[in-house]
Write a protein that binds this ligand. Structure first.
Ligand SMILES: Nc1ncnc2c1ncn2[C@@H]1O[C@H](COP(=O)(O)OP(=O)(O)O)[C@@H](O)[C@H]1O
Ligand SMILES: [Mg+2]
Length: 390
């Protein structure tokens, strides 16, 4: 089939042509947006799950929904490749300034202008200037230097002003588990305050399966602040739509066995469906995809994953960490007991805590329960096993 028309979209955060099986999340977010408009308080939303299940894509969808409804939307990612916490906070400031500038239009009233002044003070305190949003700094407001106090004041002013236009403020935060502890605590306490005082401020966050735990550890009331959604592999009918619908748009169909084989190989994981779909499109000579096409595509698709999805994490591990991961791979997808891993390595458990925690901070593994670790990427155990065979 013609490569230029390939309708599949393997890659982090890439919007699929067919966003399958996520209607419940999209509807829940829609309802939240509607409730803001009616000034009926609701909860923010947290998506948690493994890599490649479609969390970023969903957050992007939420962002579009919120922007369409004319809310002020701030996007943030928990991690900055180089800069650490200060860089993430600077990004928050820039994102705020940008959104602030956009909202400082002809319809902006006096209250919003003052609030934008607080936003500017907040950003200046974080060291970000140079983006002129057309208001004067609101000195003495949101510029104490305490992130918790400043975030609260800024959000109070901003959401209060937006509320007058039946609008609100939405923070969209990806890889939220990677935010520094101080910023997480500040965000949670402002969200808490907002829900008590009915300020229209909501966080929609996404992250790894340990994100709910990270939030609860930061603030015990985090559990009650959000609607939590576990995002995972797609159920069978949605996985089928994710594979078939993009091709069908171009009059391409699958023989039943070809479809079954591809879906089986993908395990229903959105990333894998896109990768295999992409490969089969590149492989098939006719508009009906056969089992022979599917077999070759699975081979090629897996090679693609082995050169992209998996090494994106594997290559970040040190030699000692790789040994740890190899020991984990023996247990497969279900996760490993750290006691058993220590036993396997012939080491004391305490001597492995460093390796364990650096692997967690690198986002390769997470702790599903005390004394357990598991991979954050579906299929990682098999990948490591394949590596060992080379
Ligand atoms: N609901 C879905 N249906 C089909 N494909 C999807 C869906 N959600 C995500 N994808 C695809 O899966 C891949 C991973 O999505 P992404 O949002 O980056 O996952 P995550 O953020 O969970 O790691 C992308 O290639 C994307 O196009
Ligand atoms: Mg993501």
């Amino acid at each position: 089939m013609e490569s230029a028309l390939n309708p599949y979209s393997p890659g982090s955060g890439r919007r699929p042509i067919e966003l399958a099986g996520r209607e419940p999340e999209i509807d829940t977010f829609d309802l939240l947006m509607a409730k803001i408009r009616q000034r009926r308080p609701d909860r923010g939303m947290i998506l948690h799950g493994l890599r490649g299940v479609g969390k970023t894509v969903l957050l992007n969808e939420f962002r579009r929904q919120a922007e369409r409804a004319d809310y002020m939307v701030i996007t943030l990612e928990g991690r900055d490749a180089e800069g650490g916490p200060a860089a993430v906070r600077a990004k928050l400031a820039r994102s705020l300034l940008q959104a602030g500038r956009k909202h400082n239009n002809k319809t902006a009233g006096a209250k919003l202008k003052t609030a934008l002044g607080s936003l500017a003070s907040f950003s200046a305190k974080l060291g970000v200037t140079g983006i002129d949003i057309g208001v004067t700094l609101n000195h003495g407001r949101a510029d104490s230097g305490s992130i918790e106090v400043d975030l609260e004041e800024m959000i109070e002013d901003l959401s209060g002003a937006l509320a007058e236009n039946r609008s609100g403020l939405v923070f969209i935060i990806d890889e939220m588990q990677d935010l520094d502890d101080g910023l997480i605590a500040a965000l949670l306490s402002v969200q808490h305050l907002a829900s008590q005082r009915e300020w229209p401020f909501y966080i929609a966050g996404a992250g790894l399966p340990n994100l709910p735990g990270v939030l609860s550890e930061s603030r015990s009331y985090a559990e009650r602040l959000f609607t939590y959604r576990s995002i995972g592999a797609l159920p069978a009918n949605a996985a089928e739509s994710a594979l078939l619908v993009p091709a069908a748009k171009y009059g391409v169909s699958f023989k039943n066995e070809a479809k079954e084989l591809l879906l089986d190989a993908s395990g229903g994981y959105p990333y894998f469906i896109q990768e295999y779909g992409y490969a089969v499109w590149e492989t098939a000579p006719e508009k009906t995809i056969t089992i022979a096409d599917a077999k070759i595509a699975i081979e090629i698709g897996r090679q693609q994953l082995d050169q992209g999805f998996f090494p994106s994490r594997w290559d970040k591990a040190t030699k000692a960490e790789k040994t740890f991961l190899r020991h984990m791979a023996i247990d497969g997808e279900e996760g490993s007991s750290t006691a058993e891993l220590a036993h396997r390595a012939g080491k004391k458990q305490s001597s492995m805590t460093m390796t364990r925690s650096t692997l967690i901070s690198k986002g390769v593994i997470y702790a599903p329960a005390t004394g357990w670790v598991a991979f954050t990427l579906p299929g990682m155990a098999d990948y490591i096993t394949r590596l060992n065979q080379d």
